[in-house]
Design a protein around this ligand. Structure first.
Ligand SMILES: Nc1ncnc2c1ncn2[C@@H]1O[C@H](COP(=O)(O)OP(=O)(O)OP(=O)(O)O)[C@@H](O)[C@H]1O
Length: 257
């Protein structure tokens, strides 16, 4: 029988390389050296490359929540940013996505001098909501974030918030919209236990609304609670892709060695 599932993200032999210019020679980063480069049009000699994602291929389907695990520096955040279209994929491969994937935290660029309320409005408008939708959704977003649990913080500038409060507000804004593909980078690790529970529920709801969710996390519990499929990346290469139980078991054996 043909596969009836609808693909939302296809990675086909995707490679991502960071290029760091002028990183080697001593003195090449001085203002004078930079000025000389501008005048002469010459690029600084040294380019260092970090090959962060190496030939990754997978297909993600509508309704799936996929965990991304791997040790520090294994390429998880890089892959997420490439799926979001924020980093280019090298020639020969590609990442194709349905709609515009939203990377939680980056899309909602919050302004420190503005109040939480104003940031909610701007964030929602930036995600494409109409002013009427924003008006309707804003109180729910503030309530979900819980920033007013200890006083009226929503009318205060964001710079008065703790980093956890800011992260919660960012999550709440992004999670207010139905996303085709929602990419979450450790967002669930911020905030306290109560908020984490609420946000995990929200991820499950978003999934029910038929989007696809990718979750990068070092918390096996978060991955277990939200994702039935997990991809394990190590040194930029997929080591395993399968049910969360199976992949976590393999990963645990690897890290305990
Ligand atoms: N802006 C950058 N410029 C150059 N190299 C980078 C940059 N960002 C990440 N890297 C490198 O790319 C590799 C993968 O990094 P990445 O942040 O994707 O890993 P990660 O799996 O998300 O790590 P962690 O679990 O620590 O968050 C690492 O070797 C890192 O040093």
């Amino acid at each position: 029988m043909a596969d009836q599932r609808e693909p939302t993200v296809i990675a086909d032999n995707a490679h991502v390389v960071y290029r760091i210019y002028g990183s080697a020679a001593a003195g090449s980063n001085t203002p004078l050296a930079s000025f000389k480069r501008i005048v002469t049009g010459k690029k600084s000699g040294a380019v260092r490359e970090v090959h962060a994602v190496k030939g990754v291929s997978f297909v993600a389907y509508k309704g799936e929540a996929i965990g991304l695990i791997g040790t520090n520096g294994s390429g998880k955040s890089t892959l997420l940013r490439a799926i979001a279209g924020l980093l280019p994929v090298e020639r020969g491969g590609g990442i194709f996505a349905a709609g515009q994937p939203s990377l939680l935290g980056v899309n909602a660029a919050l302004m420190n001098d503005l109040s939480g309320e104003r940031n909610v409005e701007l964030g929602c408008l930036a995600m494409g909501m109409t002013p009427a939708q924003v008006k309707e959704q804003a109180p729910g977003i503030i309530e979900f974030s819980g920033i007013n649990e200890r006083g009226d913080f929503s009318s205060l500038p964001m710079k008065t918030y703790s980093s956890g409060m800011a992260a919660r507000l960012r999550f709440s804004i992004a999670a207010a919209k139905k996303h085709d593909v929602l990419l979450i980078d450790e967002a669930l690790a911020t905030g306290d236990a109560k908020f984490r529970k609420r946000s995990e529920q929200r991820v499950r709801d978003l999934r029910k609304e038929a989007g696809t969710v990718f979750l990068v996390s070092h918390s096996e519990q978060s991955i277990r609670d939200t994702c039935e499929r997990t991809i394990w990346l190590e040194s930029g290469v997929i080591r395993a892709d399968g049910t969360t139980d199976d992949v976590l078991k393999e990963y645990e054996t690897y890290v305990s060695k």
